[in-house]
Ligand binder design. Structure first.
Ligand code: ADP
Ligand code: MG
Length: 345
């Protein structure tokens, strides 16, 4: 039930909350060779890890960057598993004070992996503490208060930081430089998502037809998290309205109920696109005006709907405002106005 409430917003957003993470845990690949796609990162990472294992040393610190839902947390877990060590998990926002990080660092055991999610949100003092820990394997523990306070250097055993960020550009250069290896995750191709889906269906024990997997994949916005979520929705539909099998027809019916269209657009995405085309003649129109037309905050339109619409080449951002592309008109089944030459200027 709670799962439904969570998805009531939209089933195609890339973020996940606590409940969804629990559902995801069962579907996470545990080893690098089960991790679908991202061939380049996978190969580079396997070299880093194998070499470290061969030398019997902790590998370089690893930075994973990329949009939400593409497998950063999964890879962090895989790294620890491949190294045969344990993973300590924390995140930038969870660390309020430098002291919190000092406490975590000083409790690390040799060879452990420390996963720092959303590392770009680490507070400044904690960040500085982290530089030293990553480079010199040392943390300065402050004892006492005020004028009498002093810092006692504490040596740390070798360990590996795995940092994850959706915003690599926000990381200060000195922090970025302390990672010996950076892997950038990109959106998945449809055939890769199909593999993710078939693997997940196997783990969930549900019969997923190949054509259904292809259909779900094509509406999943290049994102495994969304693919797995749509799979669960299709499974629900098949169980309640169908005969339990995840056929192409079941997939289409379920995705219609959840208002996920052929390209993976949801209701808000389509509302933005429709307003842009039908009320503003395809633009250019300012963000605020467009947001008012769909009854949303400008920030919601900009951060929730626009990134994917832009990525899909359905809308463009110009200095004079948002414009609909020919593909947008086509997707809505509307006739685009005759090109005037100034429209996309
Ligand atoms: N390459 C992959 N192969 C199989 N499943 C994947 C892959 N990448 C992500 N997933 C699945 O997608 C979900 C989200 O992945 P996650 O690692 O939490 O993403 P991120 O941390 O980048 O937001 C998880 O259930 C995970 O199992
Ligand atoms: Mg994550």
């Amino acid at each position: 039930m709670a799962d439904e409430a969570l998805d009531a917003e939209s089933v195609v957003r890339p973020g996940a909350d606590e409940l969804e993470r629990a559902a995801e845990a069962a579907l996470r690949p545990r080893h690098l060779d089960e991790f679908v796609g991202q061939k380049v990162v996978r190969e580079q990472l396997s070299l880093v890890l194998e070499a470290a294992v061969g030398r019997g040393r902790a590998p370089d610190h690893v930075l994973l960057s990329g949009p939400p839902g593409l497998g950063k947390t999964t890879l962090a877990m895989i790294i620890a598993a491949e190294l045969g060590t344990s993973l300590r998990v924390t995140s930038g926002p969870a660390i309020q004070h430098a002291g919190d990080l000092a406490a975590i660092l000083s409790s690390l055991e040799e060879g452990e992996v420390l996963f720092l999610d959303e590392i770009h949100r680490l507070a400044r003092p904690a960040e500085e503490l982290l530089y030293v820990a990553m480079e010199d394997f040392r943390v300065d523990v402050v004892v006492g208060k005020g004028a009498g306070a002093s810092a006692i250097p504490l040596a740390l055993p070798p360990f590996t930081v795995v940092g994850a960020t959706t915003r690599a550009g926000l990381l200060p250069a000195p922090l970025r430089d302390r990672f010996g290896f950076t892997g950038h995750l990109d959106f998945y191709a449809d055939d890769e998502l199909e593999k993710v889906l078939l693997r997940s269906a196997g783990l969930l024990g549900v019969p997923l037809a190949h054509e259904a997997a292809a259909e779900i994949a094509s509406r999943s916005r290049g994102t495994p998290r969304i693919a797995n979520r749509l799979l669960r929705r299709v499974r629900d539909w098949a169980q309640v309205r169908g005969d339990g099998t995840l056929s192409l027809a079941a997939a289409r019916s379920a995705l219609e109920v959840y208002e996920v269209d052929r390209l993976g657009l949801d209701r808000l995405d389509r509302a933005v696109l429709t307003a842009l085309c039908t009320r503003f003649g395809g633009g250019p129109v300012g963000l605020t005006t467009l947001a008012v037309a769909v009854g949303e905050e400008p920030e919601t339109v900009e951060t929730v709907a626009e990134p994917f619409l832009v990525r899909e080449g359905l809308i463009g951002r110009t200095p004079r405002g948002r414009v609909a592309t020919a593909d947008a008109w086509a997707h809505l089944g509307l006739d685009a106005p005759a090109p005037s030459g100034t429209l996309f200027g």
